[in-house]
Design a protein around this ligand. Structure first.
Ligand code: NAP
Length: 331
């Protein structure tokens, strides 16, 4: 039996959660795979990617989220994952994405990124790179304003019928676009949009204010928060004065640490110490206290990071502890 099949219990102690209408469950702690192939990281190489991916599977982190565009050049993350997953495909629940509108791809001559021709070709290309016969969750990376959503969703439903994908979801859709996509799924005879992926972290709570988070719940889609650790800020390894040199934040996004509200961060650290947990545990716990969150797809550049994230995902805060965290980082 594959991980995520209905009826399967926890994998290595990892909680399994539903993903909207998808016919499988996902590990509560997932793995974001945009570090695979990323320049300047250990996961730039095949060995580095395989080490992190295998550590994830061993720790019960079986839900893997990638995209055609991740890895520097188009397709690199998927290609590295396809090789790493040889002999392990059935241990993973594989999510990928197509159709990031801001980036040119070799498939652009086929049409707009939400068009039926583009969606079908993107699926074939991802299947080949991932060296698999099915994608568990195929997500539209961004809305395509030039293609009616009915055409995109119709093409995705067709791919489910052909067994090439098992479910489909969307990313960066507004509340109105989520409702329209859900209606298009109903018209196509599909069970619904399985997931909505959007940015959510303790310092990026816009989806709670603009209705995206609530709407995902209302239409029955599982929510997948991206940048859940704010690029690593909430791992506990940064302080007001120190940034680990080998971190993504120090290398390419120093403003995240420089602009952080360090009074709130230090108050959060003190609360964690009072509760006897790490900042990583409190951060994963804050997400997993929400039933609408299907999986926290944190990225990792080293095997020990994904192991720490899997362990951190075991802790759950009380409602009072959630309130205390919310008070420090208001929505
Ligand atoms: N749909 C979209 O448009 C979209 C956009 C962005 C991301 N995403 C998805 O969301 C996933 C997660 O986002 P992300 O990976 O960019 O950011 P993130 O999860 O907020 O942060 C991940 C980074 O934090 C550091 N880290 C993680 N665990 C750690 C630990 N235990 N100890 C110390 N450091 C740790 C690592 O970076 P260092 O080692 O470099 O410090 C890691 O790369 C992506 O991989 C991707 O799948 C989707």
């Amino acid at each position: 039996m594959c991980p995520g099949e209905p009826g399967r219990g926890s994998v290595a102690g990892m909680e399994q959660r539903s993903l909207g209408s998808a016919p499988f469950t996902v590990s509560a702690v997932g793995l974001g795979c945009n570090n695979f192939g990323r320049e300047g990281t250990v996961t730039e190489t095949q060995n580095g990617t395989s080490a992190v991916l295998h550590a994830a599977l061993d720790a019960g982190v079986t839900f893997l989220d990638t995209a055609d565009l991740y890895g520097g050049d188009w397709g690199v993350s998927e290609t590295l994952m396809g090789i790493a997953l040889r002999g392990h495909r059935d241990e993973a629940v594989l999510a990928t994405k197509f159709g990031f509108t801001e980036v040119a791809t070799p498939l652009d001559p086929l049409g707009a990124k939400g068009s039926r021709a583009y969606v079908r070709a993107a699926c074939e290309a991802s299947l080949q790179r991932l060296q698999t016969d099915r994608i568990d969750l195929f997500q539209q990376h961004q809305p395509d304003p030039s293609t009616p959503i009915e055409e995109t969703v119709g093409a995705l439903h067709e791919l489910v019928g052909e067994g090439k994908i098992r479910s489909f979801g969307v990313s960066q859709f507004t509340a109105e676009q989520l409702v329209a996509a859900d209606a298009a799924a109903a018209s196509a005879g599909a069970p619904g949009i399985a997931s909505s992926q959007d940015e959510l972290s303790l310092i990026a709570r816009g989806v709670e204010g603009d209705g995206r988070y609530a709407t995902a719940g209302r239409i029955g889609a599982g929510f997948l928060p991206f940048f859940p650790l704010a690029n690593g800020l909430f791992t506990g390894k940064f302080t007001r004065t120190d940034m680990p040199e080998d971190s993504r934040i120090a290398r390419i996004r120093p403003q995240i640490a420089q602009n952080a509200d360090w009074d709130a961060m230090e108050a959060f650290q003190s609360l964690c110490e009072e509760w006897g947990v790490t900042m990583l545990e409190a951060t994963f716990g804050w997400f997993l206290a929400r039933p609408g969150v299907s999986s926290v797809i944190a990225g990792a550049t080293k095997p020990e990071q994904v192991e720490a994230n899997a362990a951190a995902g075991q802790w759950r805060p009380s409602p009072e502890q959630v309130d205390a965290i919310d008070a420090l980082f208001p929505a």
